[in-house]
Write a protein that binds this ligand. Structure first.
Ligand code: C2E
Ligand code: CA
Ligand code: CA
Length: 402
Protein backbone atom coordinates (compact mmCIF):
# COMPACT_ATOMS: atom_id res chain seq x y z
CA UNK A 1 0.00 0.00 0.00
CA UNK A 2 1.29 3.45 -0.86
CA UNK A 3 2.42 5.40 2.20
CA UNK A 4 0.81 8.81 2.76
CA UNK A 5 4.19 10.49 2.33
CA UNK A 6 4.86 9.06 -1.11
CA UNK A 7 1.46 9.66 -2.68
CA UNK A 8 1.04 10.71 -6.28
CA UNK A 9 -1.22 13.65 -6.91
CA UNK A 10 -3.01 11.72 -9.62
CA UNK A 11 -3.32 7.99 -10.11
CA UNK A 12 -4.38 6.00 -13.15
CA UNK A 13 -6.38 2.78 -13.06
CA UNK A 14 -7.26 0.50 -15.96
CA UNK A 15 -10.79 -0.72 -16.57
CA UNK A 16 -11.52 -3.55 -14.11
CA UNK A 17 -8.70 -2.65 -11.74
CA UNK A 18 -9.53 -2.54 -8.03
CA UNK A 19 -8.93 0.86 -6.42
CA UNK A 20 -9.55 -0.39 -2.90
CA UNK A 21 -11.39 -3.26 -1.25
CA UNK A 22 -13.82 -3.36 1.62
CA UNK A 23 -11.89 -3.80 4.88
CA UNK A 24 -8.68 -2.15 3.57
CA UNK A 25 -7.15 0.53 5.74
CA UNK A 26 -8.44 3.91 4.58
CA UNK A 27 -5.48 5.92 3.35
CA UNK A 28 -6.71 8.33 0.69
CA UNK A 29 -9.89 9.75 -0.71
CA UNK A 30 -10.15 10.22 -4.46
CA UNK A 31 -11.74 12.61 -6.90
CA UNK A 32 -12.76 11.12 -10.25
CA UNK A 33 -11.09 13.23 -12.94
CA UNK A 34 -11.68 10.96 -15.94
CA UNK A 35 -13.58 7.71 -16.38
CA UNK A 36 -16.11 5.94 -14.16
CA UNK A 37 -15.72 4.26 -10.78
CA UNK A 38 -18.01 1.62 -9.37
CA UNK A 39 -18.59 1.43 -5.61
CA UNK A 40 -19.83 -1.96 -4.52
CA UNK A 41 -20.25 -4.31 -1.62
CA UNK A 42 -21.23 -7.91 -1.02
CA UNK A 43 -24.64 -8.65 0.52
CA UNK A 44 -25.40 -12.29 1.43
CA UNK A 45 -22.73 -13.45 -0.99
CA UNK A 46 -24.03 -11.27 -3.88
CA UNK A 47 -22.13 -8.39 -5.39
CA UNK A 48 -24.28 -5.22 -5.04
CA UNK A 49 -23.40 -2.00 -6.85
CA UNK A 50 -23.95 0.98 -4.56
CA UNK A 51 -23.02 3.73 -6.97
CA UNK A 52 -21.34 4.56 -10.26
CA UNK A 53 -19.31 7.72 -10.00
CA UNK A 54 -18.68 10.14 -12.87
CA UNK A 55 -15.94 12.80 -13.14
CA UNK A 56 -16.16 15.41 -10.38
CA UNK A 57 -17.31 12.97 -7.68
CA UNK A 58 -15.39 12.36 -4.43
CA UNK A 59 -15.19 8.92 -2.83
CA UNK A 60 -13.39 7.10 -0.02
CA UNK A 61 -13.62 10.18 2.20
CA UNK A 62 -15.20 8.58 5.27
CA UNK A 63 -12.17 6.62 6.34
CA UNK A 64 -10.01 9.73 6.16
CA UNK A 65 -12.24 11.36 8.72
CA UNK A 66 -12.94 8.57 11.19
CA UNK A 67 -9.99 6.26 10.44
CA UNK A 68 -12.09 3.13 10.02
CA UNK A 69 -11.43 0.43 7.38
CA UNK A 70 -13.13 0.86 3.98
CA UNK A 71 -16.84 0.06 4.21
CA UNK A 72 -17.16 -0.74 0.47
CA UNK A 73 -14.97 -1.58 -2.52
CA UNK A 74 -14.14 0.65 -5.49
CA UNK A 75 -13.30 -0.60 -8.98
CA UNK A 76 -12.45 1.29 -12.17
CA UNK A 77 -15.33 0.68 -14.61
CA UNK A 78 -13.39 2.30 -17.44
CA UNK A 79 -9.82 3.59 -17.62
CA UNK A 80 -9.71 6.23 -14.90
CA UNK A 81 -7.66 9.14 -13.74
CA UNK A 82 -8.14 10.02 -10.06
CA UNK A 83 -6.84 12.88 -7.91
CA UNK A 84 -5.69 11.85 -4.49
CA UNK A 85 -6.85 13.62 -1.32
CA UNK A 86 -4.39 12.98 1.52
CA UNK A 87 -5.19 12.43 5.21
CA UNK A 88 -3.21 15.58 6.06
CA UNK A 89 -5.50 17.69 3.90
CA UNK A 90 -8.46 16.51 5.93
CA UNK A 91 -7.03 16.23 9.44
CA UNK A 92 -5.52 19.71 9.51
CA UNK A 93 -8.92 21.17 8.65
CA UNK A 94 -10.71 19.01 11.16
CA UNK A 95 -8.42 20.09 13.95
CA UNK A 96 -9.34 23.73 13.47
CA UNK A 97 -13.02 23.12 12.69
CA UNK A 98 -15.75 24.40 14.94
CA UNK A 99 -16.26 21.73 17.67
CA UNK A 100 -19.98 21.68 17.00
CA UNK A 101 -19.35 20.95 13.32
CA UNK A 102 -16.97 18.17 14.37
CA UNK A 103 -19.74 16.65 16.44
CA UNK A 104 -22.29 16.82 13.65
CA UNK A 105 -19.84 15.17 11.28
CA UNK A 106 -19.22 12.40 13.77
CA UNK A 107 -22.94 11.78 14.24
CA UNK A 108 -23.66 11.87 10.50
CA UNK A 109 -20.88 9.36 9.87
CA UNK A 110 -21.99 7.09 12.65
CA UNK A 111 -25.54 7.12 11.33
CA UNK A 112 -24.33 6.54 7.78
CA UNK A 113 -22.14 3.61 8.76
CA UNK A 114 -24.83 1.95 10.84
CA UNK A 115 -27.39 2.38 8.05
CA UNK A 116 -25.12 0.89 5.40
CA UNK A 117 -24.24 -1.96 7.74
CA UNK A 118 -27.94 -2.72 8.30
CA UNK A 119 -28.34 -2.78 4.51
CA UNK A 120 -25.47 -5.25 4.26
CA UNK A 121 -26.57 -7.25 7.27
CA UNK A 122 -23.26 -6.66 9.07
CA UNK A 123 -22.49 -4.95 12.34
CA UNK A 124 -21.29 -1.38 12.03
CA UNK A 125 -17.78 -0.77 13.26
CA UNK A 126 -18.15 2.28 15.44
CA UNK A 127 -15.96 5.22 14.59
CA UNK A 128 -13.53 5.69 17.44
CA UNK A 129 -12.71 9.31 16.89
CA UNK A 130 -12.38 12.11 14.36
CA UNK A 131 -8.64 12.16 14.93
CA UNK A 132 -6.24 9.23 15.03
CA UNK A 133 -4.46 10.77 18.05
CA UNK A 134 -7.67 11.44 19.96
CA UNK A 135 -7.77 9.07 22.93
CA UNK A 136 -11.07 10.10 24.53
CA UNK A 137 -13.81 7.56 23.87
CA UNK A 138 -16.39 8.51 21.25
CA UNK A 139 -19.20 8.58 23.77
CA UNK A 140 -17.35 11.17 25.85
CA UNK A 141 -16.50 13.27 22.81
CA UNK A 142 -20.14 13.34 21.80
CA UNK A 143 -21.22 14.19 25.36
CA UNK A 144 -18.69 17.06 25.48
CA UNK A 145 -19.81 18.40 22.15
CA UNK A 146 -23.49 18.12 23.02
CA UNK A 147 -22.69 20.08 26.16
CA UNK A 148 -21.07 22.75 23.99
CA UNK A 149 -24.28 23.04 21.99
CA UNK A 150 -26.22 23.41 25.26
CA UNK A 151 -23.71 25.93 26.55
CA UNK A 152 -24.18 28.01 23.41
CA UNK A 153 -27.94 28.00 23.93
CA UNK A 154 -27.56 29.09 27.54
CA UNK A 155 -25.07 31.76 26.50
CA UNK A 156 -27.66 33.20 24.12
CA UNK A 157 -30.01 33.73 27.04
CA UNK A 158 -27.35 35.01 29.41
CA UNK A 159 -27.36 38.62 28.18
CA UNK A 160 -31.09 39.15 28.46
CA UNK A 161 -31.15 37.23 31.74
CA UNK A 162 -28.52 39.61 33.11
CA UNK A 163 -26.10 36.82 34.04
CA UNK A 164 -22.86 38.57 33.06
CA UNK A 165 -20.81 40.88 35.18
CA UNK A 166 -17.37 42.42 34.87
CA UNK A 167 -14.28 42.11 37.02
CA UNK A 168 -11.70 44.88 36.88
CA UNK A 169 -8.03 44.08 37.20
CA UNK A 170 -5.85 47.07 38.08
CA UNK A 171 -2.94 48.00 35.79
CA UNK A 172 -0.08 49.88 37.44
CA UNK A 173 2.76 52.05 36.31
CA UNK A 174 5.63 50.02 37.72
CA UNK A 175 7.99 52.89 38.40
CA UNK A 176 5.67 55.49 39.90
CA UNK A 177 3.64 52.63 41.40
CA UNK A 178 0.52 54.46 40.28
CA UNK A 179 -2.75 53.04 39.07
CA UNK A 180 -3.14 53.60 35.34
CA UNK A 181 -6.50 51.93 34.91
CA UNK A 182 -8.19 48.55 34.65
CA UNK A 183 -8.68 45.64 32.29
CA UNK A 184 -12.35 44.64 32.03
CA UNK A 185 -12.74 40.85 32.31
CA UNK A 186 -16.08 39.20 31.79
CA UNK A 187 -17.63 36.82 34.33
CA UNK A 188 -20.67 34.62 33.74
CA UNK A 189 -22.83 33.33 36.53
CA UNK A 190 -24.94 30.59 35.02
CA UNK A 191 -27.91 29.44 37.10
CA UNK A 192 -27.14 25.84 36.05
CA UNK A 193 -23.33 25.79 36.06
CA UNK A 194 -22.32 28.40 38.60
CA UNK A 195 -19.38 30.64 37.65
CA UNK A 196 -18.12 29.78 34.18
CA UNK A 197 -14.62 30.91 33.22
CA UNK A 198 -14.33 33.10 30.09
CA UNK A 199 -11.78 30.58 28.81
CA UNK A 200 -14.73 28.18 28.55
CA UNK A 201 -17.22 30.38 26.77
CA UNK A 202 -15.43 33.22 24.93
CA UNK A 203 -14.08 30.90 22.22
CA UNK A 204 -17.53 29.41 21.78
CA UNK A 205 -19.08 32.87 21.55
CA UNK A 206 -16.39 33.73 19.02
CA UNK A 207 -17.27 30.81 16.74
CA UNK A 208 -20.83 32.09 16.55
CA UNK A 209 -22.18 35.61 16.24
CA UNK A 210 -22.72 35.76 20.01
CA UNK A 211 -19.46 37.57 20.68
CA UNK A 212 -20.86 40.72 19.06
CA UNK A 213 -23.72 41.38 21.56
CA UNK A 214 -21.58 40.08 24.43
CA UNK A 215 -18.71 42.37 23.41
CA UNK A 216 -21.08 45.32 23.17
CA UNK A 217 -22.46 44.58 26.62
CA UNK A 218 -18.90 44.46 28.02
CA UNK A 219 -17.95 47.81 26.55
CA UNK A 220 -21.14 49.57 27.62
CA UNK A 221 -20.93 48.24 31.16
CA UNK A 222 -17.18 48.89 31.33
CA UNK A 223 -17.57 52.50 30.21
CA UNK A 224 -20.47 53.14 32.59
CA UNK A 225 -18.30 51.76 35.41
CA UNK A 226 -15.28 53.78 34.23
CA UNK A 227 -17.32 56.94 34.82
CA UNK A 228 -17.90 55.85 38.41
CA UNK A 229 -14.26 54.90 38.89
CA UNK A 230 -13.12 58.27 37.54
CA UNK A 231 -15.41 60.09 39.95
CA UNK A 232 -14.20 58.01 42.85
CA UNK A 233 -10.49 58.29 41.99
CA UNK A 234 -10.87 61.96 40.97
CA UNK A 235 -8.87 61.39 37.80
CA UNK A 236 -9.12 59.96 34.31
CA UNK A 237 -8.35 56.27 34.45
CA UNK A 238 -7.92 53.96 31.53
CA UNK A 239 -10.13 51.00 30.60
CA UNK A 240 -8.78 48.12 28.53
CA UNK A 241 -11.18 45.83 26.62
CA UNK A 242 -10.47 42.48 24.97
CA UNK A 243 -11.59 42.56 21.35
CA UNK A 244 -11.77 39.63 18.91
CA UNK A 245 -11.67 39.48 15.14
CA UNK A 246 -15.42 39.14 14.69
CA UNK A 247 -15.67 42.56 16.26
CA UNK A 248 -12.85 44.15 14.27
CA UNK A 249 -14.34 42.69 11.10
CA UNK A 250 -17.77 44.12 11.80
CA UNK A 251 -18.23 47.21 9.59
CA UNK A 252 -20.29 48.95 12.26
CA UNK A 253 -18.17 48.20 15.33
CA UNK A 254 -15.95 51.27 15.25
CA UNK A 255 -18.77 53.75 14.64
CA UNK A 256 -20.74 52.04 17.40
CA UNK A 257 -17.74 52.32 19.72
CA UNK A 258 -17.33 56.02 18.95
CA UNK A 259 -20.99 56.68 19.59
CA UNK A 260 -20.80 54.76 22.84
CA UNK A 261 -17.74 56.60 24.22
CA UNK A 262 -19.42 59.89 23.26
CA UNK A 263 -22.58 58.80 25.02
CA UNK A 264 -20.55 58.27 28.21
CA UNK A 265 -18.57 61.43 27.56
CA UNK A 266 -15.26 59.56 27.66
CA UNK A 267 -12.29 60.58 25.54
CA UNK A 268 -11.18 57.66 23.26
CA UNK A 269 -7.60 58.11 24.52
CA UNK A 270 -8.73 56.46 27.77
CA UNK A 271 -10.01 53.38 25.99
CA UNK A 272 -7.56 50.64 25.08
CA UNK A 273 -8.44 47.76 22.80
CA UNK A 274 -6.55 44.52 23.43
CA UNK A 275 -6.20 42.27 20.42
CA UNK A 276 -4.23 39.10 19.86
CA UNK A 277 -2.11 38.40 16.81
CA UNK A 278 -4.67 36.07 15.28
CA UNK A 279 -6.90 39.13 14.87
CA UNK A 280 -4.30 40.69 12.58
CA UNK A 281 -4.08 37.72 10.22
CA UNK A 282 -6.14 39.34 7.53
CA UNK A 283 -4.29 42.55 6.62
CA UNK A 284 -7.04 43.66 4.21
CA UNK A 285 -9.38 43.95 7.17
CA UNK A 286 -7.15 44.71 10.08
CA UNK A 287 -4.84 47.35 8.62
CA UNK A 288 -7.58 49.87 7.73
CA UNK A 289 -9.36 49.03 11.00
CA UNK A 290 -6.27 49.82 13.05
CA UNK A 291 -5.63 53.01 11.13
CA UNK A 292 -9.20 54.14 11.76
CA UNK A 293 -9.00 53.22 15.43
CA UNK A 294 -5.84 55.23 15.80
CA UNK A 295 -7.30 58.15 13.85
CA UNK A 296 -10.26 58.20 16.26
CA UNK A 297 -7.86 58.27 19.22
CA UNK A 298 -8.24 54.71 20.58
CA UNK A 299 -5.08 52.87 21.44
CA UNK A 300 -4.20 49.30 20.70
CA UNK A 301 -2.52 46.68 22.83
CA UNK A 302 -1.13 43.47 21.37
CA UNK A 303 -2.16 40.91 24.02
CA UNK A 304 -0.43 37.61 24.88
CA UNK A 305 2.64 38.81 23.01
CA UNK A 306 5.21 36.11 22.34
CA UNK A 307 2.79 33.17 22.37
CA UNK A 308 1.46 33.36 18.82
CA UNK A 309 3.37 33.90 15.64
CA UNK A 310 5.03 37.02 16.99
CA UNK A 311 5.62 38.19 13.50
CA UNK A 312 7.74 41.31 13.50
CA UNK A 313 5.81 42.26 10.40
CA UNK A 314 2.83 43.15 12.60
CA UNK A 315 4.87 45.46 14.73
CA UNK A 316 6.39 47.02 11.66
CA UNK A 317 3.21 47.58 9.68
CA UNK A 318 0.58 48.11 12.32
CA UNK A 319 0.54 51.06 14.62
CA UNK A 320 0.33 49.27 17.92
CA UNK A 321 0.73 51.41 21.05
CA UNK A 322 1.64 48.75 23.51
CA UNK A 323 2.56 45.08 23.74
CA UNK A 324 1.54 42.89 26.63
CA UNK A 325 4.13 40.30 27.63
CA UNK A 326 2.32 37.02 28.10
CA UNK A 327 2.19 35.63 31.60
CA UNK A 328 3.98 32.43 30.56
CA UNK A 329 7.20 34.48 30.23
CA UNK A 330 6.58 36.39 33.45
CA UNK A 331 6.03 33.09 35.27
CA UNK A 332 9.53 31.86 34.50
CA UNK A 333 11.28 35.18 35.14
CA UNK A 334 12.80 34.46 38.53
CA UNK A 335 14.21 31.03 37.76
CA UNK A 336 14.59 30.75 34.03
CA UNK A 337 17.22 32.69 32.13
CA UNK A 338 15.41 32.17 28.83
CA UNK A 339 12.26 33.88 30.08
CA UNK A 340 14.36 36.80 31.21
CA UNK A 341 16.05 37.03 27.81
CA UNK A 342 12.70 36.86 26.03
CA UNK A 343 11.22 39.62 28.21
CA UNK A 344 14.27 41.77 27.62
CA UNK A 345 14.11 41.18 23.87
CA UNK A 346 10.41 42.12 23.78
CA UNK A 347 11.11 45.24 25.81
CA UNK A 348 14.01 46.33 23.60
CA UNK A 349 12.05 45.70 20.44
CA UNK A 350 8.92 47.48 21.65
CA UNK A 351 10.84 50.47 22.94
CA UNK A 352 12.89 50.75 19.76
CA UNK A 353 9.60 50.96 17.85
CA UNK A 354 8.16 53.56 20.23
CA UNK A 355 5.74 51.23 21.98
CA UNK A 356 5.21 50.80 25.70
CA UNK A 357 5.13 47.43 27.42
CA UNK A 358 2.83 45.92 30.03
CA UNK A 359 3.58 42.59 31.71
CA UNK A 360 0.69 40.38 32.82
CA UNK A 361 0.48 37.65 35.43
CA UNK A 362 2.91 39.16 37.95
CA UNK A 363 2.54 36.94 41.00
CA UNK A 364 5.73 37.33 43.03
CA UNK A 365 7.87 40.22 44.30
CA UNK A 366 10.86 38.66 42.48
CA UNK A 367 9.05 38.82 39.13
CA UNK A 368 8.07 42.42 39.81
CA UNK A 369 11.63 43.41 40.75
CA UNK A 370 13.07 41.87 37.58
CA UNK A 371 10.48 43.53 35.35
CA UNK A 372 11.25 46.89 36.92
CA UNK A 373 14.97 46.30 36.48
CA UNK A 374 14.43 45.37 32.81
CA UNK A 375 12.56 48.62 32.25
CA UNK A 376 8.99 47.37 31.87
CA UNK A 377 6.68 50.36 32.38
CA UNK A 378 3.35 48.75 33.24
CA UNK A 379 2.20 45.62 35.02
CA UNK A 380 -0.77 43.64 36.24
CA UNK A 381 -1.13 40.40 38.14
CA UNK A 382 -2.35 38.82 41.34
CA UNK A 383 0.53 40.36 43.31
CA UNK A 384 -0.61 43.87 42.39
CA UNK A 385 -4.33 43.26 42.28
CA UNK A 386 -6.77 40.50 41.36
CA UNK A 387 -9.70 41.15 39.05
CA UNK A 388 -12.30 42.78 41.32
CA UNK A 389 -16.03 43.47 41.21
CA UNK A 390 -16.79 47.16 40.72
CA UNK A 391 -17.51 47.88 44.38
CA UNK A 392 -14.11 46.52 45.42
CA UNK A 393 -12.37 48.34 42.59
CA UNK A 394 -13.97 51.58 43.78
CA UNK A 395 -12.78 50.86 47.31
CA UNK A 396 -9.16 50.73 46.07
CA UNK A 397 -9.22 54.53 45.92
CA UNK A 398 -8.82 54.58 49.72
CA UNK A 399 -5.37 53.05 49.56
CA UNK A 400 -4.01 53.81 46.09
CA UNK A 401 -2.38 57.04 45.09
CA UNK A 402 -3.17 58.12 41.53
P1 C2E B 1 -6.45 37.66 29.03
O1 C2E B 1 -6.92 38.79 28.19
O2 C2E B 1 -5.05 37.20 28.83
O3 C2E B 1 -6.72 38.10 30.53
C1 C2E B 1 -5.87 37.84 31.58
C2 C2E B 1 -6.28 36.60 32.34
O4 C2E B 1 -5.30 36.29 33.32
C3 C2E B 1 -7.58 36.80 33.13
O5 C2E B 1 -8.25 35.57 33.18
C4 C2E B 1 -7.06 37.17 34.52
O6 C2E B 1 -8.00 36.90 35.53
C5 C2E B 1 -5.87 36.26 34.59
N1 C2E B 1 -4.86 36.78 35.51
C6 C2E B 1 -4.65 38.05 35.88
N2 C2E B 1 -3.60 38.15 36.71
C7 C2E B 1 -3.11 36.89 36.87
C8 C2E B 1 -2.01 36.31 37.60
O7 C2E B 1 -1.26 36.98 38.29
N3 C2E B 1 -1.83 34.97 37.47
C9 C2E B 1 -2.64 34.19 36.72
N4 C2E B 1 -2.38 32.88 36.67
N5 C2E B 1 -3.68 34.69 36.00
C10 C2E B 1 -3.91 36.02 36.09
P2 C2E B 1 -9.79 35.47 32.93
O8 C2E B 1 -10.47 36.63 33.54
O9 C2E B 1 -10.20 34.09 33.32
O10 C2E B 1 -9.91 35.65 31.37
C11 C2E B 1 -9.37 34.69 30.50
C12 C2E B 1 -9.38 35.17 29.08
O11 C2E B 1 -10.74 35.32 28.62
C13 C2E B 1 -8.77 36.53 28.90
O12 C2E B 1 -7.39 36.36 28.83
C14 C2E B 1 -9.38 36.97 27.60
O13 C2E B 1 -8.72 36.38 26.52
C15 C2E B 1 -10.77 36.37 27.70
N6 C2E B 1 -11.72 37.41 28.12
C16 C2E B 1 -12.05 37.84 29.36
N7 C2E B 1 -12.98 38.82 29.29
C17 C2E B 1 -13.22 39.02 27.97
C18 C2E B 1 -14.09 39.91 27.25
O14 C2E B 1 -14.82 40.74 27.79
N8 C2E B 1 -14.08 39.83 25.88
C19 C2E B 1 -13.26 38.95 25.24
N9 C2E B 1 -13.29 38.93 23.91
N10 C2E B 1 -12.43 38.11 25.89
C20 C2E B 1 -12.41 38.16 27.24
CA1 CA C 1 -6.27 40.82 27.76
CA1 CA D 1 -3.25 38.15 28.02
Amino acid sequence: MTSPKSFLLTRHFQAGEIIFSEGDDGNFAYIVEEGQVEIWTVVNGDRRVLNVLEPGRLFGELSLVDWQPRSASATALTDCMLSVVTPEQVSQRLEVADPILQLLLLVVMENFRSETSIFRGTRASRPTSLHPTQTRPLIQQIADAVDLIRLEGELRDAITADQFCLAYQPIFHLHHRQLEGFEALIRWHSPKRGWVSPDKFINLAETSDLIVPIGEWVIKQGLADLKRLNEQFQTDLLMSFNIVSRQTESPTFLSWLLETVRHFDIDPQYVKLEIIERTLFNPDNSLPWIQQCRAEGFSLVLDDFGTGYSSLQYLNEYQIDRVKIDRSFVKGLADNLNSRSICLAILNLAHALGMSVVAEGIETPAQLAILRELGCEYGQGYLLGRPLPLEQALALSDRLAV
